[in-house]
Design a protein around this ligand. Structure first.
Ligand SMILES: *Cc1c(COP(=O)(O)O)cnc(C)c1O
Ligand SMILES: [Zn+2]
Length: 424
């Protein structure tokens, strides 16, 4: 363990504190934990801007470029694959479709394993190294397992992933296998796997790398940091992202609050979380002003097919702090938004496109003004779920009308047939 611990773990529910180097994921009361840094991070905006020109792997990483705000003193232990540095894409076509004058989309699918999970995982695996752990585990709807498998392989750690049998998109399952993680298909859903992995890590010497691990959240703060840096520290009116287990919105809002406290930004953007209507316990809790009641989740957007989100209290706190909102969109809206995002030449996995469907809904409802400056977060790569794409374009997606289908066409292997086909 490095000798300069500058943080403590603080319970979100009862404010109990624990030493920063203590191995724990929850408070004794059961509440989730925050990493809270003490003292000044000793870094300014100019320094992180200068690092954009550096060739050092830690500066080149879109997470470790902000290391003083993420995990101070980790230097020698850092396990990086150059995560972050994702594009911020404008799209006229998508702005017009959602009803805005302009829109920018931060494409987290451009991370090394194709989702934003790499930002949290580089920090989680680095912390595993600092704690001397040899085995790591996670429950996953797919992307966490893909990411953990890769980072564990780089670090030489043994990796166990728990996924819901038959409910993981093909690209993600392929990655977990390819990177060599021991992959256990649980005969249950994600929420069952999440419960089991917490029980396992309590009785075995295995380090838990779900976003209940507060160091994962610290890494994911860098989505917001990098987005603000991309925008030359000009704060947008809205940042919109999908919500499943709600680690990402927790991280985004925590990081924004820290930037504001440091004076790096002069105000906070509003944050909107979009849930799938079939996996909407947070939307329901938000709308009713009540405690979260878990649901049995069902949606084509498998990355957010979560009925008992672990980080909901932290997410709620973050949304209150940013004057945020929660909305929901059904699978028809998600799949249509996905067809639009893909056809705009950007492309993303279904859960990511809940962002765009949610923006469209919030503009229609007048919550987001048409001239607002809106940044949407696309969380995963288009190739994560090729099965859904092909089914959609062939008109074979159950319960969904393929209004923007672009089906492949069979052609005889001769020039005349080809010429007829392209003119037809
Ligand atoms: C994990 C994930 C989400 C949901 O993020 P949470 O932190 O669980 O709310 C959304 N989209 C994609 C592609 C993901 O991998
Ligand atoms: Zn507590």
């Amino acid at each position: 363990m490095a000798d300069s611990i500058t943080w403590t773990l603080v319970c979100v529910d009862c404010a109990s504190t624990f030493p920063g180097d203590e191995l724990r994921y929850r408070c004794t009361c059961g509440g989730t934990l925050d990493v809270v840094q003490s003292g000044s991070p000793g870094i300014d905006r100019e320094t992180v801007d200068e690092r954009l020109r550096s060739r050092h792997p830690h500066d080149r990483s879109g997470v470790w470029r902000f290391r003083e705000l993420i995990l101070p003193g980790a230097d020698d232990a850092i396990v990086t694959r150059g995560e972050g540095r994702t594009g911020l894409h404008p799209s006229k076509a998508l702005a017009a479709w959602v009803g805005l004058e302009s829109i920018v989309l931060k494409h987290e699918g451009e991370n090394p394993t194709g989702s934003f999970k790499d930002r949290g995982m580089t920090v989680g695996v680095t912390q595993a190294m600092r704690l001397g752990k040899r085995r790591v585990a996670c429950a996953s709807t797919g992307n966490t397992s893909a990411s953990m498998a890769a980072y564990a392989a780089i670090a030489g750690l043994e990796a166990y992933v728990f996924v819901p049998a038959g409910k993981v998109a093909f690209g993600k399952l392929a990655q977990a296998l390819a990177y060599g993680a021991r992959t256990l298909e649980i005969e249950g859903d994600f929420d069952d796997a999440m419960t089991l992995v917490q029980e396992l890590c309590a009785v075995e010497d295995v380090y838990l790398l779900n976003s209940i691990n507060p160091f994962r959240v610290e890494g994911q703060k860098a989505i917001g940091f990098e987005l603000l840096q991309d925008l030359e520290w000009e704060v947008p009116d809205w940042i919109v992202l999908p919500g499943g287990n709600l680690g990402n919105v927790t991280a985004l809002t925590k990081g924004l609050g820290e930037l504001h406290a440091l004076g790096w930004i002069d105000r906070l953007p509003r944050v909107a979380v979009v849930q799938a209507a079939g996996a909407n316990p947070f939307y329901t809790a938000w709308t009713n002003g009540a405690e979260l009641v878990p649901v049995r989740a069902e949606t084509l957007a498998t990355a957010i097919r979560i009925g008992a989100p672990v980080s909901w209290r932290k997410a709620l706190r973050g949304l209150h702090a940013t004057n945020g909102v929660v909305t929901q969109v059904d699978d028809v809206a998600i799949v249509e938004a996905k067809a639009r995002v893909d056809a705009a030449g950007i492309g993303a996995e279904p859960a990511s496109c809940a962002t765009v469907a949610g923006i469209r809904r919030l503009v229609q409802e007048g919550v987001i003004a048409k001239d607002a400056r809106v940044a949407g977060i696309l969380t995963g790569h288009v190739l994560k779920d090729p099965g859904l794409v092909v089914d959609y374009h062939k008109g074979e997606l159950a319960g969904i009308e393929s209004t923007l289908a672009n089906a492949p066409q069979r052609v005889a292997a001769d020039l005349d047939s080809l010429r007829r086909a392209i003119s037809g």
